[in-house]
Every structure is written in C-alpha cells, then in structure tokens.
Ligand binder design. Structure first.
Ligand code: NAD
Length: 494
C-alpha cells in the first residue's frame, strides 16, 4: 500500500496531522493499535472535561444557595462516569466516518518502522482494559501489511510514569488511565500523588463529587512549572484549602501498601495515612517501545523522547515526530500545534517551525488557569523590560452577576515599547478568554488590538480591555508613536 504520508498514532497529534495532510492533498494512512482518538479522547481531555463540567456545575449551584437558588445539588459519580463513556463513545464512533470522508485510510494494528519509507503493520488484539464494544480504530487486519510512504509522522504519545514504592495495580493504586477506564464508584478518600495538571484537575473533580482528597506534591507549589505564574498556583492552593482539599508540598510518598480495602501510604516525612484509593500523577513518559525507531536510525534524547528539529523532523530525513513522544510540552494543545507544523512540512517541504509560547496552556480545576506567551520571568530572561498590567475580576460586572469573581488577568508587555508579550488569566472561562490574548500576541496591532475592538457588555473578554487600556493609552499619550506588533506577529519570533 502506497501513501504520501503515513502517521502512527491517532491522538490529537496524529489525527490532526492526518486531516491537515489530507486537506493539503496528500494520500494519508493513519495507523492506530488501540482506540481511535488516543489519550486525549479516551482517557484525557474529553472525559476529563465532561466530568469537570459537572463538577463545576455542582460548585456553581451550591455557591448560589440563598441567592435565588434553593436546594443544594450533589454528584452521582457512577452516572457521571457512564455519561462520560457515552460522550467519548459518540465522538469515537464519528471518527471513522469523518476520516473516511477526508479519504484518510485508518488502519488498526501495531506499527513498526522498517526504514525511512516503510512501516510494517501487524494485527493486534483489542486492549482488555478498554471499554468493551468500544469502536476500535479503523479496518481490522487479518495478516500483516507493509505500508510505503514518502513521509512518516510518529505520534504515539506517552504513558503515565510509575512511582517507585507505589506501583499501580489498576484497582487500588491507579493512574489517570485506570481512573477513566476502570473506576466505577467514588472512593471515600483519595490520595493524589503529584500536584501537577492531572493531580489538580482530577483531585478537584473527585472532591466535588464527595471524596476526601489530599494532594501530595514534591515541589514547592502546585502546577510547579514555568508557564504558570506563582500567583496563579497560589490562588488555586488557597481555594483548595478553603473548599477542603488538603495540599502537602515539598514531600512525597515513600511507599504504599494495599491492606484489604484501603492503601496505607508512608510519606517522606515519616507520617502515614490510609486512603481508599491512591492516584499516581507524577508525569508521563514517551511511548517509543517496539516502534523500530533505533533500527530506522531515529535518535532519542537522554530522557527517551524522540529528538526533533524545529521543523519536527527527526534525525532521519522524512520521518517526523509530534506530540508527547518528542521533547516539549506534553499537552493536547501542543500536539495539535505540532500536527499542523509537521503535516505541512511533510507535504510541502520544511517551512513551518514550532513555537510553544504561542500555544495556550490551560488547566481546568477549582479555578480555570490559562497562559500564553511569556511570563514576566521569561520576558525578563529574554531581555525585555517586562511590565505587567493586572486586574482582578472583582470589578467585572459579569463576574459579579455570576457571583464568581475570584481570579485575575495579567498581561505581560515591554515597559519601554508596549510590545505585547503574553499573559495569564485565572477565572471563569479563562481557557476561552485566552484566545483573545493569543490573537493579540499574533496581531500587528499588539496591545492596541484590544483598543480597536468593541465588546459585548457584560462579558468576560471586556476585562482584557479594561486591564490593558490604561497602559495602551499611556503609550499613545507618551508621544513615542509606538505601535508595536504582538510578539508573535512574526512567525519566527521568540
Ligand atoms: P505534571 O508534570 O503536570 O505534574 C507532575 C507533578 O508531580 C509535578 O508537579 C511533580 O513535581 C510531581 N511529582 C513528581 N514526582 C513526585 C513524587 N514522587 N511525589 C510527589 N509529587 C511528585 O504531570 P501529570 O499531572 O502527571 O500530567 C502528565 C502530563 O500530561 C503533563 O505533561 C501535563 O502537562 C499533561 N496534562 C496536561 C493537562 C492540561 O493541559 N490541562 C491536563 C492533564 C495532563
């Protein structure tokens, strides 16, 4: 079978690359050994967002008791998990039809690279852990096939890291995959090991449904990573404390022991506590085993990620790698960004380059946190005279009307020139609002983008204008005649 582009893995990276390449006129094969849609659709973003939507509704309704609403609501975890399965299954069922319409050949099987142009695909049995009857990806093979493709894109993703001393058993000590595939009933108490993206998202949703949650984080703060300002993680931590999620920082779990219906955890400070379940969320590692990468000559980094150029090409010309399997941010947003870059380069030759600062990073938890571009620290490190325009949602009509005004906006810009560099939004619909900031960072009008717009009132997005307006006006009045483009108005910006 001959193709222009063959893609291995049908997560957000793989399917977006397939669609992009097909739109560009390529004949495309997409190989998947598990469920169509990969981690994002089956065990990540979509099921998580479905459950977190319910969790947020519970909070919203209960916060408005006595303010016009009567009757607290509580979650039905079992029903929520069944609803989540239906949502995911519905999207997955459409997957085949959608790709077929685009002319993408979706093939179910295990792929192994033979060289820079050939892939061998073996039939493989369905994963026993995945929901029964779940529409597996693509045409079933009865015998191995060989695909020949001018370009190959590896998009095999990552799997949860194990924690020594606390090995997952899929039942009592679980990871996010086990959570989505196997957890049926709400545990009375859960220890989340790791206060990163998964820990704060799943920890919050378990709490909202009624579990007692403790998060143990080895670092000095929640969401301990450069894209999230400390102010944002600090606010989230204070909210966790207020609603009753316990957070222990600077410590970890030494070992876990399953004892009947509970797990006893021994912490690094010597203390012990028992929980009905332990959720291990200490990061993910790239999925490269059995792909034949070494034989094909593809170089891995010391950490085991596929090494790529700024064009996402690997050490072997014609083989590209995208998403979690290569070094860089491990998010669906980044994989979708990669997919557009790699697919265009695979079809048209290497022209597009990656820029992860352009890709929004969004956390859905007790507060929604979204960031794009440079933080204040990153801007300073890059040599800008970083300044931050700040406001809180306390003054927002919409936030007051919704009785939901915890949160803030930070817009990072250069104090000398007004050049817009990035920012962070914490609050309702931050993951939607961030697109406005993204657009401004890519606009030739930069900071003045917000002044040019007219807004609906009351709205969340008008707060961005309110935050930036005094700064943009001051620059205009300064007589410096500065109209700096946003930092990403040029494709090759930092
Ligand atoms: P993560 O890297 O976000 O967080 C892991 C956390 O675990 C870190 O804060 C780390 O300090 C901590 N940790 C590591 N070892 C520990 C130990 N022994 N004891 C206690 N804490 C320990 O990883 P994750 O939450 O597992 O998520 C996996 C990947 O998926 C990440 O790259 C994440 O960005 C991505 N993800 C993204 C989103 C999103 O974009 N909304 C959602 C979920 C997952």
């Amino acid at each position: 079978m001959k193709f222009d582009v063959a893609i291995v893995g049908s997560g957000p990276g793989g399917y977006k690359a397939a669609i992009t390449a097909a739109h560009l006129g390529a004949r495309v094969a997409l190989v998947e050994r598990g469920l169509a849609g990969g981690t994002c659709l089956n065990q990540g973003c979509i099921p998580k967002k479905t459950l977190l939507h319910l969790a947020s509704l519970i909070e919203d309704v209960n916060e408005l008791q006595g303010l016009g609403l009567v009757g607290r609501v509580h979650g039905d975890f079992r029903a929520a998990m069944a609803h989540k399965d239906e949502v995911v299954g519905g999207i997955r069922d459409n997957f085949r039809v959608w790709l077929k319409r685009l002319g993408v050949h979706l093939i179910r099987g295990e792929a192994r690279l033979l060289d820079a142009r050939r892939i061998r695909v073996q039939p493989c049995p369905p994963d026993p852990d995945t929901p029964s009857g779940a529409g597996a990806a693509g045409d079933e093979l009865s015998s191995p096939v060989e695909l020949y493709a001018s370009r190959i894109i590896v998009a095999t993703g990552a799997e949860p890291k194990e924690l020594p001393g606390c090995p997952t058993d899929g039942r009592m000590i679980i990871n996010s995959r086990d959570f989505m595939f196997k957890l049926e009933d709400l545990p009375a108490s859960v220890l989340c090991v790791g206060g990163g993206a998964i820990g704060v998202e799943l920890g919050f949703l378990l709490h909202q449904f009624g579990a007692k949650v403790r998060i143990v984080e080895a670092g000095e703060r929640l969401l301990d990573q450069p894209r999230i300002p400390e102010r944002a993680s600090g606010l989230l931590e204070r909210k966790f404390k207020r609603i009753g999620i316990e957070v222990s920082k600077g410590m970890s779990v030494e070992r876990c022991r399953v004892d009947g219906g509970s797990v006893e955890a021994t912490f690094t400070d010597g203390s012990r506590a028992s929980f009905e379940r332990v959720l291990v969320a200490v990061g993910r590692r790239p999925y490269t085993a059995g792909l034949g990468l070494e034989e094909a000559g593809v170089v891995l980094t010391r950490e085991g990620f596929i090494q790529t150029s700024e064009y996402l090409e690997t050490s072997v010309p014609g083989i590209y790698a995208i998403g979690d399997v290569k070094a860089g941010p491990m998010t669906a947003n980044a994989a979708l960004h990669d997919a557009k870059v790699a697919a265009a380069n695979a079809v048209n030759g290497n022209q597009m380059t990656i820029n992860y600062f352009k890709v929004p990073f969004v956390i859905h938890s007790a507060l929604e946190i979204a960031a794009v571009g440079l933080t204040e620290d990153q801007a300073e490190e890059a040599g800008f005279d970083a300044d931050v325009a700040r406001s809180s949602f306390g003054g927002s009509g919409k936030a007051r009307a919704h009785h939901d005004y915890e949160g803030f906006i930070e817009v990072v810009h250069d104090a000398e020139t007004g050049q817009l560099l990035g920012g962070c939004i914490v609050g309702p619909e931050a993951g939607e609002q961030i697109h406005m900031l993204s657009a401004a960072c890519q606009s030739p009008r930069g900071m003045w983008f917000f002044k040019d717009m007219s807004y609906s009132h009351p709205s969340w997005c008008e707060e961005l204008e309110a935050t930036i307006d005094p700064y943009a006006s001051a620059f205009s009045k300064s007589g410096k005649d500065l109209f700096r483009p946003g930092i990403y108005a040029s494709p090759h910006a930092l």
